[in-house]
Design a protein around this ligand. Sequence first.
Ligand SMILES: C[S@@+](CC[C@H](N)C(=O)[O-])C[C@H]1O[C@@H](n2cnc3c(N)ncnc32)[C@H](O)[C@@H]1O
Length: 238
Amino acid sequence: MTISLLDNLKIRYRRFRIASSLHRIDTLGALHRAWAYVHATVLPGDYYEFGVYKGNSLINSWLSHQYFRRRLERSGQLPFNRTGTVARFLARTPTFYGFDTFNGMPDNSEGEDTLAPGSFQSSIAHVTRRCAIADLRHPTVRLIPGLFAETKEQIGPHQAAIVHIDCDLYGSTVDALDAIAPRLTQGTVLLFDDYNLFRADKQRGERRALAEFIRKTGLNLEPWFAYGPAAQAFLCHQ
Ligand SMILES: C[S@@+](CC[C@H](N)C(=O)[O-])C[C@H]1O[C@@H](n2cnc3c(N)ncnc32)[C@H](O)[C@@H]1O
């Protein structure tokens, strides 16, 4: 898979328009708002994405993070000193984890053309090259290939600030939530990109997986905002 000149320019251009993303009501806007919240509340932790495909949301997330971090680091006009909570928050750059087969959708019986096994073909080399265009490189980015159920041991050691679940399928969401559960903390943002897929059917997809997860763990996930065609953001309470 090669990166076209147009794709390369698009990734570079995104950096310049990222500042105007806050009031967008799509995935880009949701990620921007999530990072605005993380910086406003100085919530330490990593970014975890389940469902990377070619890396668009991963790259946008990184650019939003960089935007808010620079604002906090560089502004000389802040009405407070950066010595305690803010200094500790800025001392560490979050790691951006991307979990995916990088080989398309796994076997599933959803019966949807858009989710057929093997669709969303990508490759880890391709995503690595696209990330590098946005200066997102190892070790800040960790791409973990394989099924979520088989890579859960590779979840990082730090708590999650933002979890982006964009894997469409019920079974995949069960596995993603199972993997990330130990890293959820008070205030973690959870973005479910396909929450209302399957016509918002409570017995299917991410909706079903999340309802079961809440029953099992007793976590309180407060609905925060809806975005995009079928997505929903939550805030975690412990
Ligand atoms: C809709 S795409 C993700 C789109 C991406 N976030 C973007 O911004 O373009 C869904 C991805 O989830 C991945 N996926 C779904 N179930 C998975 C599983 N159980 N394990 C690993 N990857 C999975 C697929 O390989 C696919 O790349």
